[in-house]
Design a protein around this ligand. Sequence first.
Ligand code: HEC
Length: 133
Amino acid sequence: MKNLTTKVLAITVLVIAFQSSFAQSKVKWTAPSSASSVKNPLAGNTSILKDAKVLYQSTCAPCHGEKGKGNGPAAASLNPKPADHSSAAVQGQTDGELFWKMSEGRNPMPAYKAILKDEQRWMLVNYLRTLKK
Ligand code: HEC
């Protein structure tokens, strides 16, 4: 019995160690190739930018910051840090890739596919383009 307890304990410690090392890891976040060529139905639409900004400021800015620099009020406590939406690394991705990442999320970034409508996520893709450095 004592032996079993030791084993259970050892496994628990291993699982926790694995999970925390996974959470800390800097594995690059890449959208699947099927996502990259998905067409943006709002491509070139600037009339939605005003509403998109309001949505961004309320939903994304707490982590990503008002200007998308990745420095919102919640950013300090997060690991990994929120992405800088003005950066070449983000701006270099296709609309489809950015849409996919917003949809799926990656801890601690929430998945927005069940929270925001497709149209709202495409609006945010267009808004992200206005944050380019
Ligand atoms: C709770 C904090 C939080 C909120 C709210 C949040 N994000 Fe994020 N976001 C993150 C973090 C952290 C990352 C980096 C994740 C990683 O690299 O694993 C990220 C990454 C991203 C990326 C990927 C950038 C890259 O490097 O490829 C996009 C796109 C993105 N966020 C868009 C948004 C949008 C749009 C919203 C609002 C609808 C939003 N995020 C809301 C925390 C957040």
